[in-house]
Design a protein around this ligand. Structure first.
Ligand code: NAD
Ligand code: DAU
Length: 358
């Protein structure tokens, strides 16, 4: 098993949901004692508030750069300035519905952005110990009612989002095979937990249910996703970065298949048990079946035996625990919710920007 140490990691998209949890995992969790440089374009999905307090608490070890991964010159200059020896690449357009409405930004960031990062890394490959790419199980397409995705499953993406992620995975492998760049790739199932932008299923349903608004379930709610608590995903990524084999793909999943309807009903049931206003009313009666997503993949389910065998990783947070933690986090962080959902969030950025930019 490898045992890598990094002095200076360039995290891309660190102000998004998983990236912010990952940076907190490394720094607050005490898993890493080197430097983290976070490049983020601060799209609608990227919020500086997701890392509030980190720049102050980890002064000298955490640096934020407001920038676009497609800007290869900027990435090169960051690498020189901060002596980057590893990448952890999260930055992406990540929402399937948005990719159906407007695929252009997905090709730009997910394909061209990944290419720009790879080129910057290739030009300085003598300095790079590892380039880790965070990808998705959606590259494998849709499963029927049986079977699992393994690391050998052929790619068969359905949406512009998953096609763009598939392209980025192929570029990663090509740079490894052709130029010898030391890369690892993880393909993970659906994440949930704190700081997820409330357009994705779980936070959207929690917030709508709290406000007694309709809960829009696509089709008949029978599509299946494999849910993983975000902290478990962060731990898996760090195991791969520190101990994984270069050139290797690792599937990461929660061993936790649920239909969408089942997820929404579980949220309703937990909320109904909470005393006080939030629990009031028949939450399940808010469920509305709406028009299905075009090209909606029926089922995702990850076989994660390989990462368990090779790196000793397996999911630790049960769906019941993780969902309850997530619901309480959204209930306790109503300011965050208001900020990310309102135009005021932009004001928050301009007020805090100077302070967090290091
Ligand atoms: P997210 O949408 O919450 O965050 C994406 C981040 O990337 C944001 O901070 C955004 O500002 C930044 N970004 C977007 N375009 C950029 C650009 N051109 N330059 C710099 N920064 C840019 O996404 P997420 O859910 O945290 O997902 C992170 C990664 O993990 C993605 O690559 C996604 O494909 C992958 N993934 C997500 C899940 C999931 O369930 N959320 C599961 C598997 C894999
Ligand atoms: O599988 C990993 C992927 O999981 C990641 O690569 C993506 O970045 C991430 O967004 C997620 O993709 P999904 O499309 O599975 O997530 P989403 O939360 O958008 O939808 C989950 C399921 O819930 C899906 O079957 C569609 C359904 N859905 C979603 C929304 C937003 C609804 O029924 N109603 C909704 O309002």
């Amino acid at each position: 098993m490898e045992n890598r140490y990094f002095e200076s990691i360039l995290v891309t998209g660190g102000c998004g949901f998983i990236g912010a949890n990952f940076i907190r995992h490394l720094l607050e969790g005490g898993h890493y004692d080197g430097r983290v440089v976070n490049i983020d374009k601060l799209t609608y999905a990227g919020n500086l508030e997701n890392l509030a307090g980190i720049a102050d608490r980890f002064e000298g070890r955490y640096h934020f750069v407001h920038g676009d991964i497609c800007d290869g010159d900027l990435v090169g200059s960051i690498m020189e300035k901060h002596a980057i020896d590893a990448f952890c690449h999260f930055a992406a357009e990540s929402h399937v519905d948005r990719s159906i409405a407007g695929p252009g930004a997905f090709v730009e960031t997910n394909v061209n952005g990944t290419f720009a990062l790879l080129e910057a890394a290739r030009e300085r490959s003598d300095k790079i110990k590892l380039f880790h790419h965070v990808s998705t199980d959606e590259v494998y397409g849709s499963l029927g009612n049986e079977g699992y995705f393994t690391e050998e499953t052929a790619y068969d993406p359905s949406s512009p989002y998953s096609a763009s992620k598939a392209a980025s995975d192929h570029l990663m492998r090509a740079y490894h095979r052709t130029y010898g760049l030391p890369v690892t790739i993880s393909n993970c199932s659906n994440n949930y937990g704190p700081y997820q932008f409330p357009e994705k299923l779980i936070p959207l349903m929690i917030l709508n249910a709290l406000d007694s608004k309709p809960l829009p379930v696509y089709g008949q709610g029978k599509n299946v996703r494999d849910w993983l608590y975000v902290e478990d995903h962060c731990h898996a990524i760090w195991q791969i970065m520190t101990h994984g084999r270069t050139g290797q793909t690792y599937n990461v999943g929660g061993r936790c298949e649920k239909t969408n309807l089942n997820v929404v009903e579980s949220i309703c049931d937990i909320l109904e048990k909470i005393p006080g206003d939030s629990g009031r009313g028949e939450k399940r009666s808010l469920i509305q079946f709406v028009k299905d997503r075009p090209g909606h993949d029926h089922r995702y389910a990850i076989n994660c035996d390989f990462i368990e065998r090779e790196l000793g990783w397996s999911p630790t947070v049960s769906f019941d625990q993780g969902l309850a933690k997530t619901i309480f986090w959204y209930m306790e962080n109503q300011d965050w919710v208001r900020n990310v959902k309102s135009g005021d969030y932009r004001n928050w950025i301009s007020q805090h920007y100077g302070k967090d930019r290091k």
